[in-house]
Write a protein that binds this ligand. Structure first.
Ligand code: SF4
Length: 482
């Protein structure tokens, strides 16, 4: 899920236009004398609400007329021609998210400690963020304007939290009435207009599992290929979720679920040609059962929701072990630094800052990760050490910040990581990149990355899977040279 910066939403919500935050030196934008702070309110006479509108209205246009509002001066116009697709070199402010009107039983906001970083309390429900970053919406309060916008601007795919197609159950889970909970007409309309849907079920034992889950999956499969896939992920309860209607997902529950769904998944593969209903990695890991093979996941349609990440990681690691050795520089160009929330194209992906990331130059160090992923990482690293003579260690950090059954790497707090200080061996520490906010160096409990670094005697690196692959490639080259 993309997590955005918390900005004074109320002051920004009603302002027309979109504010430029950066103008690339030497770009067409600079030539046009546009400046950071300028607000583009109309493009070719059409109002602009945000950077998505801007990109939609400028895409493919060669003759452009901007209406620009500049602080301290009157609105002025900028008229120009450009080559088709010639970049403007403009960066824009983030989208201020629209918030939901639900009161979900399991809402993650209720599971946050009070001092968690403010952005974790934002209940976003925004079709724009769904398109751009794969954030889920429930469609319960989507407006007619938003529906039209999704269709007109082809904001596809959309990620929709369905949870249950049984209306009573859905309404109960979302804390809304059945009329609001019913999204069948909206789903059909989006699909009829060519918008692809990826659905999600947050599974709450005793509420939307068993026969209700089977009905949900069969109902959604009836929309295939309009509904492309369904991710089934377990509800994650922290020690702050005290609602007695919720039960924890146990290993036994996970084993039963895997058994229950295997027949249905096989049926979907034979009738639809895809597994269609995918269980989150966490379910297999909790059950103590190996995640399925590569073919099960097809083109990994729900990987951002933790479906198939373990398989992808293992596949990449195995490939790396088989690759011919190549010398790798300490900077691996093309690796992304902290993710940049600015969007450079009208596509479903955040733009990377493309900042090369520095890699440790030592073959002796420690990887700190969440308890869920630690056994997988340990297994691969042990194999790597054996083959290449390196000395890498894995430390599983318990999540004391959230407690409960939270054990994923991305939710480790700064204090959880620091608590592992005495277990660190070697000359560097790697922590999960997902534990650091995507657009600023801060951890989930508000600890600055620099503060975390100062708590260790060795350098600390925040690595995502790409960085880990780059690092092991480099370590491997060094190991073979030795
Ligand atoms: S839709 Fe539900 S889970 Fe999502 S933010 Fe709103 S209340 Fe929370």
């Amino acid at each position: 899920m993309y997590e955005f910066a918390v900005t004074p939403a109320v002051t920004q919500l009603r302002r027309p236009g979109v504010t430029i935050t950066e103008v690339e030196p030497g770009s067409l934008g600079e030539e046009l004398e546009l400046r950071p702070g300028d607000r583009i309110v109309r493009v070719n006479g059409r109002p602009v609400r945000d950077h998505l509108d801007f990109r939609y209205q400028t895409a493919g246009e060669t003759d452009l007329l901007f209406e620009v509002r500049r602080q301290g001066s009157d609105v002025f116009e900028v008229e120009f021609d450009r080559e088709e697709s010639e970049p403007l070199g403009l960066m824009f402010e983030q989208i201020v998210p629209r918030q939901c009107a639900n009161e979900c039983l399991f809402c993650f906001c209720k599971g946050n400690p009070e001092d968690a970083r403010p952005s974790l309390f934002v209940r976003d429900e925004d079709i724009r963020l769904s398109f751009l970053y794969g954030n889920y919406t429930t469609l319960t309060s989507i407006t007619e304007d938003e529906m039209k916008r999704v269709i007109e601007q082809r904001l596809s795919p959309q990620y929709v939290s369905v949870h249950a197609t049984d209306l009573k159950t859905r309404a109960y889970l979302l804390g809304v009435d059945e009329k609001r909970a019913d999204i069948s007409v909206k789903l059909q309309r989006l699909i009829d207009n060519g918008i692809e849907i990826h659905a999600q079920v947050v599974l709450c034992p005793g509420i939307n599992d068993g026969a209700i889950l089977e009905k949900t999956l069969r109902d959604l499969a009836a929309y295939y290929p309009g509904v492309v896939s369904v991710a089934i992920v377990p509800v994650a309860l922290t020690r702050y979720n005290t609602d007695e209607r919720l039960s924890r997902v146990t290993p036994e529950f996970c084993r039963d679920l895997i058994a229950q769904l295997s027949g249905l998944q096989a049926e979907f593969r034979s009738t639809l040609g895809t597994t269609f209903a995918f269980l989150g990695d966490e379910i297999y890991l909790k059950a103590g059962i190996d995640v399925p093979g590569r073919e099960h996941y097809g083109d990994y349609p729900q990987i951002e929701d933790g479906v198939g990440m373990v398989r992808t990681f293992s596949e990449r690691f195995d490939e790396l072990m088989r690759e011919p050795a190549v010398a790798v520089s300490s900077l691996d160009p093309g690796r992304r630094g902290f993710r940049d929330p600015r969007v450079s194209v009208l596509s479903h992906e955040p733009a990377g800052s493309e900042k090369p990331k520095e890699l440790p130059s030592s073959n002796y160090g420690t990887f700190i990760t969440g308890e869920m992923f630690a056994p997988i990482l340990s297994e691969h690293i042990a194999h790597f050490n054996e083959v290449f003579g390196t000395e890498f260690h894995v430390v599983a950090a318990p999540n004391r910040y959230f407690g409960g059954d939270v054990s994923v790497a991305g939710l480790l707090s700064g204090s959880d990581i620091l608590a592992m200080r005495d277990f660190v061996e070697g000359e560097f520490v790697v922590i999960p990149g997902a534990a650091v906010k995507s657009d600023e160096p801060v951890l989930i409990d508000g600890m600055q990355f620099s503060e975390l670094e100062s708590g260790f005697d060795v350098p600390v690196y925040a690595f995502d899977n790409d960085d880990i692959a780059a690092f092991f490639r480099k370590a491997r080259a060094a190991g073979e040279i030795k």
